[in-house]
Design a protein around this ligand. Structure first.
Ligand code: NAD
Length: 333
């Protein structure tokens, strides 16, 4: 991407959005961030940061006003598997309002490009019933059978982007993230995802001791460190590719395997207490990266060991800063 563009990042108070604002500023762009909240853990370096609820049409128009060139539309009501399985109506309604309003406002205000952040949750559930799942190719989203609520909304918004492309010639880009993790992401409170939740549980556990793991732990996923995610986003926005594209790693690992990796990083010996009553999502999900490699001439390469070490160190530090590690130690005495 050329330097010195005027860029809008929605969801700039959230995990990926905040990292993206930092990267775009470092790359020399002028950036407006928009979200319902400020970033939780550090201040945003955005040139302008506006607190707006993008479910409202007037706010979507306001967010896209002025001479903005391109928008990375990352705002969404979302969370980990516990959250997205509990609130289908809220999530589907909130996100369709955000995406429909942002697309139309961006078009009316003359923006040149719109990037929509979709998800691997759009893939047909019947193709994800085995832990040893075949990596998912982009065409595996049809016939449609996505994750209830969140996945249906993402698939519908992907289609809306394609209609804007074909009917109005409006340039849209569609990325399907596979499990992004890293520092400065939610690690507590119900919206956190598996890597952050596991890092928190391991950091707070006694050694030796045990932690709770959702499901039997044999469910599998692939995980991408946030810096790889940013690189892929920027490459896709600059490309001429208009169809949905996977963005993830293709290293499949079970949740038990993820716990073992984090225990190794923390140097703790912990037993796994599997809670089978908790949601575990599809049995297996992996990204097929053939198209990604072709289109972007690149693919994510930061290892899970390195990414998790950085994430664990940050979460452990946050827990120490808020006094929660000390409370655990005191309880042991
Ligand atoms: P996040 O929850 O940290 O960030 C989303 C941000 O959107 C939040 O800060 C939230 O306040 C904001 N938001 C929600 N409703 C809003 C509204 N009505 N108006 C304005 N802002 C609103 O999530 P994230 O992990 O940074 O995800 C960013 C995008 O990537 C989302 O679209 C998400 O669906 C998608 N995605 C993420 C992952 C992942 O693994 N993190 C995987 C698949 C897709």
């Amino acid at each position: 991407m050329n330097r010195g563009k005027h860029l809008l990042v929605t969801g700039a108070g959230g995990f990926i959005g905040h990292h993206l604002v930092k990267r775009l500023k470092a790359d020399g762009h002028w950036v407006r961030g928009v979200d319902m909240k400020y970033p939780e853990y550090e201040a945003s370096p955005a040139d302008e940061f506006e607190v707006l609820d993008l479910r409202r049409w007037d706010n979507a128009l306001m967010a896209t006003r002025g001479n903005i060139d391109e928008v990375f539309n990352l705002a969404a009501d979302m969370g980990g598997i516990g959250y997205i399985t509990a609130f289908h109506a809220d999530i589907a309604r909130n996100n369709i309002l955000i995406n429909a309003h942002m697309l139309e406002a961006a078009r009316q205000n003359g923006l040149k490009r719109f990037l929509f952040s979709s998800s691997a949750c759009v893939y047909a559930q019947s193709k994800q019933t085995n832990a040893e799942v075949a990596p998912l190719r982009e065409e595996d989203s049809f016939p449609a059978e996505p994750e209830p609520g969140y996945g249906w909304e993402k698939l519908y918004a992907e289609q809306l982007c394609r209609y804007y492309q074909s009917d109005y010639g409006f340039e849209t880009r569609i990325v399907r993230f596979h499990n992004v993790y890293g520092p400065l992401g939610t690690y507590d409170g119900g919206k956190e995802k598996a890597p952050a939740a596991i890092c928190r549980k391991v950091a707070l556990a006694n050694d030796p001791g045990e932690i709770e793991v959702w499901g039997d732990g044999h469910q599998t996923r692939s995980f991408m460190y946030v810096d790889d995610c940013l690189e892929g986003l920027i490459r896709l926005m600059a490309s001429s590719y208009r169809h949905p594209l996977n963005l993830g790693t293709d290293r499949l690992i079970s949740i038990n395997g993820l716990v073992d990796l984090v225990c190794g990083i923390a140097d703790k010996r912990l037993a796994k207490n599997h809670d089978l009553s908790k949601p575990q999502g599809v049995r297996g999900r992996n990204s097929d990266n053939r198209l990604l490699r072709d289109v972007l001439e690149w693919e994510p390469s930061i290892s899970l060991e390195k990414g998790l070490s950085l994430t664990y160190a940050w979460i452990e530090n946050e827990l120490a800063r808020s006094g929660r590690l000390e409370k655990r130690k005191a309880a042991l005495v």
